[in-house]
Design a protein around this ligand. Structure first.
Ligand code: RB5
Length: 152
């Protein structure tokens, strides 16, 4: 297992799954930081997406995992943070490709649409698959260039 720190976050809909993913990562010896939420009381997913994105932007954590009901709100919100490349993933194979081709650094998942077994399988692929580089690096660089084009 890589020597990286993974930052976690969820809203109320993703809380239980986030807790389970945290347990899984800890049993694998992965360092985690949990930015909340801390219970199933209703809360707003952008708050936790921002907290996780900021850890990625500053380099304090190398990968992030966010869980909400669909994974969609988390992905939209965290992708606003510079340096974040988030993908909302429902299948392990897509997790592998998101790492290999897109160098995705944040995984988002929808707790209302996948079960825990699938979420763990997706997480396992995401954290263990390296970026393939090569022709994909040029394309990811183009994504970064788009981000720079719109930065102040
Ligand atoms: C909360 O009900 C839900 O909207 C949220 O978890 C997420 O699915 C948003 O994208």
């Amino acid at each position: 297992m890589k020597n990286i720190t993974i930052v976690l976050g969820s809203d109320h809909a993703g809380f239980e799954m986030k807790e389970q993913i945290k347990k899984y990562l800890e049993t694998q010896g992965v360092k985690v930081q949990d930015m909340g939420c801390n219970n199933t009381e209703s809360c707003d997913y952008p708050d936790f997406a921002l907290a996780v994105g900021e850890k990625i932007r500053t380099g304090q954590c190398q990968q992030g995992i966010l869980v909400c009901g669909t994974g969609v709100g988390m992905a939209i919100a965290v992708n606003k943070v510079p340096g974040v490349r988030a993908a909302n993933i429902f299948e392990p194979e897509i997790a592998q490709l998101a790492r290999e081709h897109n160098n995705a650094n944040v995984l988002t998942m929808g707790s209302r649409f996948i079960d825990l077994e699938k979420a763990v399988a997706i997480t396992e692929k995401f954290i263990n698959t390296p970026f393939a580089g090569d022709r994909h690096a040029k394309r990811v660089d183009k994504i970064t260039a788009i981000e720079k084009q719109y930065s102040l």
